[in-house]
Every structure is written in structure tokens, then in C-alpha cells.
Write a protein of this length. Structure first.
Length: 132
């Protein structure tokens, strides 16, 4: 899955998962790190949008600048093969929808192309997007 950036470059998102005991952590990571000068603004944006996220959450490795969306699946989501596959697909879909809703303004912050909007305004704008 990709995003079209301001100069029409498409960048692939990285989907992965880690197994830990009776849980699986699914994540979708943006391969483009947040420039150091913009990390505080992106961190604030992530805090604001995570308040409304029910399926998972965004996080940033501050030192490296990588942003990812993650969702934790519990043992109940993985008790048989059919349910486990459906749960992984649902986790990937939740991540794709979150990136669709919040990614555009996150990239605007990363690239410092906010057109004078505050972080709070960008978060509210993203949260107001409706998808069928």
C-alpha cells in the first residue's frame, strides 16, 4: 500500500507483526522518518489523534523518527487458524484506514507544509474525515 507524496513519489508501508506469549503485535510503519526538527509537532499530533482511535494507536520512535500504527491481538483473537487469519486481516485493514484518515496531515507536518494550520487544527481536520 502506498502514499502519494507532494512530489508524486509513492512510498510503501511496511506491515509486520511480533509474537509475544499469547499476543501478537501488528504494525504498519511509514518508511520515511520524521525530520528531527518536526518530531515534536508530529508527537503532539499523534497524542491528539490517538485520543479518538479505538482500534489501535500511532507511535513514533523519537530518536529515529519512524512512525507506525499498531494494534495488539490477544489470545482470544488467535484461538484457531481461521479466526487468526481474519484477525490479522482486520488488523491490517484498521491500520490502512488509520493511515488513510490521519496520514495526509501527518505527512504535511513531516514536510512542514501545514499552510499555517496548527497541530490541533490538523488533528481535528483529520478526525472529521468520513469514510463509507
Amino acid at each position: 500500500h502506498g502514499f502519494t507524496l507532494h512530489n508524486n513519489e509513492v512510498s510503501d508501508m511496511k506491515f509486520g507483526f511480533f509474537i509475544a506469549g499469547h499476543s501478537v503485535l501488528c504494525y504498519t510503519q511509514c518508511p520515511i522518518p520524521v525530520p528531527e526538527a518536526m518530531r515534536s509537532s508530529v508527537a503532539e499530533y499523534i497524542i491528539r489523534v490517538n485520543e479518538k482511535e479505538l482500534e489501535g494507536c500511532f507511535e513514533m520512535v523519537y530518536e529515529e523518527g519512524f512512525v507506525r500504527y499498531k494494534k495488539l491481538l490477544s489470545y482470544n483473537d488467535l484461538h484457531n487458524e481461521k479466526v487468526a487469519c481474519a484477525s490479522l486481516v482486520k488488523a491490517k485493514l484498521a491500520a490502512m484506514l488509520a493511515w488513510q484518515r490521519y496520514g495526509e496531515n501527518l505527512f504535511a507536518l513531516m514536510l512542514n507544509e501545514t499552510k499555517g494550520k496548527t497541530v490541533s487544527q490538523l488533528a481535528a481536520e483529520s478526525e472529521s474525515k468520513q469514510y463509507d
